[in-house]
Design a protein around this ligand. Structure first.
Ligand SMILES: O=C(O)Cc1cc(O)ccc1O
Ligand SMILES: [Fe+2]
Length: 450
C-alpha cells in the first residue's frame, strides 16, 4: 500500500486521485454534471452557520453518494456502552494491567469487535461527553467500515500498525503516532497481527491545537507535522459491503453493494489526520519546580468555559530533566479534572513498577494520587544533575472536565487490585526540630558537564 499525505493542521485541502485529473470542480461545488460522472456530497463537521474561523466541512466527489445503502439494523455492540450506571460509582485510584489481545489464529476479532468502553460520561444525544475505549484485535475489517455519529475518534495505537482506509484516503498509523477520525467519516482498519490501543471519543466538538500564549508562535505540536491523506478511490462492487454506524452508543449495520471508499476527489477542512509524537517540541521548567502537565498538551477539545477542556490529549515524552533544588517527578495532587492515563512504551517516571505498556490508570475527580513510594524516596534523595528521562518512554493522559464512570467491563477486566499498595510504604518524615540549612549552599546554582 502506498501512503501519501498533505501537511498542515486544519488547512483547506484540495486533493484528487491522480487517476482522474480534473475531478475537482473549479470555482464551484455543485456543477450540473460533475467530471467523470461523479456525485457531489458535502460532509458537515459543524453547523452551517458556525463562525468561519471554526466551520469545518468538506466536499466529496464520489462514484455513488453515501445514501445508497439498505436500511440500518442492529449490530451486536459487544463491550461498547454509554451506560454509565452499569456498576456503582468507584472513586478509588484504578489501574489496569495490559489488556489482553486475542491471539492470532484463535478467534478472529477486528477493530470494531475489539472495542470496549472502559469509562466515560455524558451523552451523544445532547452532544456533551466523552467515552474512552480500549481496542484489542487480530484481524482486518475486510468488507466492513465504521463511522461514528456520536463523536470524533482520537486513536492512540500501542501495539501493531493500523492501516486505515478512509473516504479521504489512506493512512498508516504506528505506535507513537496518533490519528483523529472525525464524526461521520467512514473508515476501515487493516492490521497485521496482534494489535492494541486506546481511543478517546469526544461528543461535543473537534480537537484543536492549544493556544501557545507566552510560548510564542511555535512549539508543542507544530501545525505542519499533522498529515492528512490524499484522495484515493476504489471502484469495487461487492455483494455485501457492511457499513457500521455507531449511533447513540449502539451499533447498526447496513448493507450496500459497493465499497464506500469511492471518493475520487475532495476539498475542504474537515478531514482525518495523523501526527507523530516524536515531533512534539517539548517545553519544560529549566530552573526549578515541576510545571503542570498542560505544557505537554498535543490537542484539546475545548468546552464553552474558557480554558476548560472537554478533553485534552497530553503526552509525557522523552526529555531532559534539569530543575535544581526541586522534587522533579509529578507532585502529589488532587485534581478537579479526571485523569485517564495509558502507556505506549517504556516506563512512566512516577510509577516505574506496575504501570505497564498497554495498561491504563484512572484518577477520578479529587482522588488523591502521585508518585509511588519508590519514586518519592529516590527523587527526594537524588543528586540533581541533568537527567534524560528514558529515551523509550511515551505515556499519555486523556484529561477531562467530565467526572467519568467506569463500565462493568472496565470494572472487571485486568484491574490491579493491589494498586493502592504502591503508596502504603510512604513514611512520615516530619521532624518538629528540623532546622533550615544555614548556609543556603544547597540552593546555589551548580554547573555540570555531561
Ligand atoms: O498524575 C499523573 O501522573 C499525571 C500528572 C503528571 C504531572 O507531571 C503533573 C500532574 C499530573 O496529574
Ligand atoms: Fe495526576
Amino acid at each position: 500500500m502506498e501512503f501519501k499525505y498533505q501537511s498542515g493542521f486544519g488547512n483547506e485541502f484540495a486533493s484528487e486521485d491522480s487517476r482522474c485529473p480534473g475531478a475537482l470542480p473549479e470555482g464551484q461545488n455543485n456543477p450540473q454534471k460533475c467530471a467523470y460522472g461523479l456525485y457531489a456530497e458535502q460532509l458537515s463537521g459543524d453547523a452551517f452557520t458556525a463562525p468561519r474561523t471554526n466551520n469545518q466541512r468538506s466536499w466529496l466527489y464520489r462514484i455513488r453518494p453515501s445514501v445508497l445503502h439498505e436500511p440500518f439494523v442492529k449490530f451486536e455492540r459487544g463491550n461498547i456502552t454509554h451506560n454509565w450506571d452499569e456498576v456503582e460509582p468507584n472513586p478509588n485510584q484504578l489501574r489496569w494491567q495490559p489488556f489482553d489481545i486475542p491471539k492470532k489464529g484463535a478467534v478472529s476479532v477486528d477493530f470494531v469487535e475489539g472495542l470496549a468502553t472502559v469509562c466515560g460520561a455524558g451523552d451523544p444525544k445532547s452532544r456533551s461527553g466523552i467515552s474512552i475505549y480500549i481496542y484489542a484485535c487480530n484481524s482486518s475489517m475486510g468488507d466492513r467500515c465504521l463511522y461514528s455519529s456520536d463523536g470524533d475518534f482520537l486513536i492512540v495505537p500501542q501495539e501493531g500498525e493500523l492501516l486505515i482506509t478512509t473516504e479521504f484516503g489512506k493512512m498508516k498509523v504506528s505506535p507513537n503516532e496518533i490519528c483523529v477520525i472525525q464524526r461521520g467519516m467512514r473508515f476501515n482498519i487493516g492490521v497485521e497481527g496482534e494489535t492494541r490501543g486506546y481511543v478517546l471519543e469526544v461528543f461535543n466538538d473537534h480537537f484543536q491545537l492549544p493556544n501557545l500564549g507566552p510560548i510564542g508562535a511555535n512549539g508543542l505540536a507544530n501545525p505542519r507535522d499533522f498529515l492528512t491523506p490524499v484522495a484515493w478511490y476504489e471502484d469495487r462492487d461487492v455483494k455485501h459491503y457492511q457499513v457500521i454506524n455507531k449511533y447513540h452508543g449502539y451499533l447498526f449495520q447496513a448493507r450496500q453493494n459497493h465499497s464506500p471508499f469511492d471518493v475520487v476527489a475532495w476539498h475542504g477542512n474537515y478531514a482525518p489526520y495523523k501526527y507523530d509524537l516524536k515531533n512534539f517540541m517539548v517545553i519544560n521548567a529549566v530552573a526549578f519546580d515541576h510545571a503542570d502537565p498542560s505544557i505537554f498538551t498535543v490537542l484539546t477539545c475545548p468546552s464553552a468555559k474558557p480554558g476548560v477542556a472537554i478533553a485534552d490529549f497530553v503526552i509525557f515524552p522523552p526529555r531532559w530533566s534539569v530543575q535544581e533544588h526541586s522534587f522533579r517527578p509529578p507532585y502529589y495532587h488532587r485534581n478537579c479534572m479526571s485523569e485517564f492515563m495509558g502507556l505506549i512504551h517504556g516506563k512512566y517516571e512516577a510509577k516505574e513498577g506496575g504501570f505497564n505498556p498497554g495498561g491504563a490508570s484512572l484518577h477520578s475527580l479529587m482522588t488523591p494520587h502521585g508518585p509511588d513510594e519508590d519514586c518519592f524516596e529516590k527523587a527526594s534523595n537524588a543528586d540533581l544533575k541533568p537527567e534524560y528521562i528514558a529515551g523509550g518512554t511515551m505515556a499519555f493522559m486523556f484529561e477531562s472536565s467530565f467526572s467519568m464512570a467506569v463500565t462493568k467491563w472496565g470494572n472487571e477486566t485486568k484491574v490491579d487490585k493491589d494498586y493502592y499498595l504502591c503508596w502504603q510504604p510512604l513514611q512520615k518524615h516530619f521532624d518538629p526540630n528540623w532546622k533550615a540549612p544555614g548556609s543556603g549552599k544547597d540552593k546555589e546554582q551548580k554547573t555540570y558537564s555531561f
